[in-house]
Ligand binder design. Sequence first.
Ligand SMILES: *Cc1c(COP(=O)(O)O)cnc(C)c1O
Length: 402
Amino acid sequence: MSRTLIEQNPDLRFADIDVRQLAHRAGRTPFFAYDRSAIDARIRKLRAMLPSGMHLHYSIKANPMPAVVHYLATRVDGFDVASAAEMALALNAGTAPTEIGFAGPGKSRDDLRRAVASGINIHAESATQLRLLTALGWELGVQPNVAIRVNPDFHVGHSGMRMGGGAAPFGVDVDQMPALLRELETREIALAGFHVFWGSQCLHAPTVIQAQRQSAELIAQLSDGLRTLPRFVNLGGGFGIPYFPGEAPLDLEAVCEAMHEWLPPLHEKLPGTKAILELGRYLVGEAGIYVCRVIDHKVSAGRTFLITDGGLHHHLAASGNFGQVLRRNFPVVLGNRPDDAPRQRCHVVGCLCTPLDRLADDVELPEAHIGDFVVVSQSGAYGRSASPIHFLSHPEPVEMLV
Ligand SMILES: *Cc1c(COP(=O)(O)O)cnc(C)c1O
């Protein structure tokens, strides 16, 4: 398809496939295509470096396409879900309920009832959720598997998206944990596990290492004095992928080497407790492309615009999330033109009536014609499901796992 694509990700089999052939398979543009072999290669690489006691979970919200979830079910040790629908998806993929964790600050009573009935691990994020879970356990006549999500008391620098350390709607503050753990014991509920999630999209290995070490220490400290040890501890993930020019991939080797140092002491302190790493985008983000077609080509005030049949309604992240302060381009190529063709500077936009609908600002691409295929890479996570699909009521994009 394009040398640039291969350079970006050598595991991407798409690079060898003619984009027109992919488009025929999809039936129409725009479409998302996810590459099985690239997902598989990423997981193999990770598994080869992780310490043997580290379990790997996939966060379904990164890409909930059922085919992707089913494919991953045989390759990861469990799933993290964030809604009752994601829970159903994980269960339908054949995953054991005890290998599924359900986090989220606003789980409804109905969500919780379904979760308790199914036997999955529910990550309580407040005293209210804990009380509801106890009541539902009585109502349904089952012991709910209750874990507690802790809002860490440390800050991480460098992380793309912080989700802890300070005031947050996620998890329970560390200083409120002793009271909550006592309440759990008076309610005679055995603690299933702890969950610490400190951030997302982090490319800086020292930050990941520090956050994981601190999470492990925090959990060891919280476990002091518990009547029974937790069955699992979920230490978050946060591994980022490079999206923009100048970003380097995460130094996985450094992160895993450190894990070989901090994991054994945690296992010593909590023998028999399972340690879990939960990753979303790191497993699937680089394995996906978004493909749309140039449907018009025009020049305005000396600038060339390529107008496509895609846009922010399918791929909000590539457009810059509704007017992000500092908008940067995702990597874009023309899938049907050789990289060494004569080039031109242009702006690639979507088909929506808003100036925010941009896929690439002022990029140099091979000279484009109507009918050409624009390929946006790094699109396997937070694409279709994280976009305002109904905005302007255009058709939905096709999704396929190739
Ligand atoms: C979103 C989320 C993840 C996945 O984050 P990625 O950046 O995709 O790895 C993991 N855990 C929790 C609790 C989340 O909310």
